[in-house]
Design a protein around this ligand. Structure first.
Ligand code: SF4
Length: 278
């Protein structure tokens, strides 16, 4: 994890992310980028720093941000009270001050959504009513055994089940594919993954090559080559059969963080442009 610098939102701000919840996670990925931040996270679900979040919402909105994402140094689905409280605060800003964000996204590994129907019944529609629009589900592989291996869990639930539970609450699902030699890194693997995800009803896909933990640079040893990335990008641009939005994010897109068009409020209260969402 590189140094986090506190900065003030500038006028060209596009989007921002808020860290929420405890650092608890139901997965155990190697080199988890959230681990170094967990010492700053609240120990109990439901604890949020309303004053700092409110100030960040207001400042980022004034600087132009209209997209909001909720992220975590653990798994947000294990901190549902914090999610509800944060969404309620965002809704209050909309109702009382006309501060409106759309879309409002939340990152998740999908495990609890696929495994815990009662949890879904209790929270998903409620969150939709509070303004949540999209789940960003990380998809390492369309082979659930491989997915379970990367997450280091015994079983990973069927992606179809995760999608249907989110769709049943009138929200959308973006699949986030981390391009890595362990899972998806060749053009052929990418095409079959995208085709499968589209077939089972995913709404959009974003993918990016795995990045180094220390230097946050594209990791060409463990990820796809530039040549494979070019093929993926060309296929997306030229293929008229894909009906959903599919993106491969490359260095030029990462530059948005450097240009401070994307900011993140970290659990230690610092607003920075350094985070790339895991
Ligand atoms: S799912 Fe995310 S937070 Fe959990 S261990 Fe994996 S990378 Fe870390």
């Amino acid at each position: 994890m590189h140094e986090i610098k506190d900065i003030s939102p500038e006028k060209n701000l596009n989007s921002f992310s808020l860290f929420i919840g405890t650092g608890d996670c139901n997965a155990n990925c190697g080199h988890c980028a959230g681990v170094p931040l967990r010492k700053y996270a609240p120990k109990e679900d439901g604890i949020i720093d309303e004053a700092i979040i409110y100030r960040t919402i207001k400042n980022c909105y004034d600087a132009g941000a209209r997209y909001l994402s909720l992220t975590s140094c653990g798994e947000p689905m294990l901190s549902p009270l914090s999610v509800t409280k944060t969404l309620n605060l965002v809704k209050k800003c909309e109702n009382e001050e006309g501060i409106k964000f759309s879309p409002i996204n939340i990152y998740s590994n999908g495990i609890r959504i696929g495994e815990d129907k009662k949890f879904c019944d209790e929270h998903l529609s409620l969150w939709h009513d509070c303004g949540l629009t999209t789940f960003y589900i990380t998809v390492h592989s369309i082979d659930m055994k491989k997915n379970a291996e990367v997450y280091q869990v015994n079983n990973y639930p069927p992606l179809e089940k995760i999608l249907s539970r989110i769709h049943n609450s009138s929200m959308k699902v973006r699949g986030n594919i981390v391009l890595s030699k362990k899972t998806v890194s060749t053009f052929e693997e990418f095409v079959s993954t995208v085709n499968h995800l589209e077939k089972i009803g995913i709404d959009s896909i974003s993918s990016w090559p795995i990045r180094g933990q220390e230097d946050d640079k594209v990791d060409y040893i463990n990820g796809p080559s530039e040549e494979e990335l070019d093929k993926m990008e060309n296929w997306i641009n030229e293929n008229k059969d894909i009906k959903i939005k599919v993106k491969v994010l490359r260095e030029k897109d990462h530059a948005k963080y450097e240009k401070k068009e994307k900011l993140t409020l970290f659990p230690n209260g610092i607003l920075s442009s350094t985070w790339c969402n895991h």
